[in-house]
Design a protein around this ligand. Structure first.
Ligand code: FES
Length: 105
């Protein structure tokens, strides 16, 4: 079973067992991971699921689609090259490492 590792802004890491096909956002919300809100439930209309994806996973998770790219301009914390909306990050068979931004709302 894959795990998602969420690094918090203070450097602590929360590891959560995940199901392939589930999103990084839904996995965080279901497990009470701090800093991932997911206010719109994954319909690409809130940007409160912003995370920074670890460089090692960027290729396997692809690039943002047009709608995600537009919403990434609305994040509370600065957008970086590694920024993604975690509701669009679908977990495969392997582990995923992301960092939660300092501000989400
Ligand atoms: S949960 Fe709202 S954009 Fe991802």
């Amino acid at each position: 079973m894959p795990k998602v590792f969420y690094t918090q802004p203070d450097g602590t890491v929360v590891a959560v067992a995940a199901s392939p096909g589930d999103s990084v956002m839904a996995t965080a919300v279901r497990n009470g991971v701090s800093g991932v809100v997911g206010q719109c439930g994954g319909s690409l209309s809130c940007a409160t699921c912003h995370v920074y994806v670890d460089e090692a996973h960027r290729d396997e998770l692809g690039t943002p689609g047009e709608d995600e790219d537009e919403m990434l301009d609305c994040t509370a914390s600065d957008r970086e090259d590694s920024s993604r909306l975690s509701c669009q990050l679908i977990i495969g068979e392997g582990d995923v490492h992301v960092t939660v931004p300092p501000e989400q709302l």
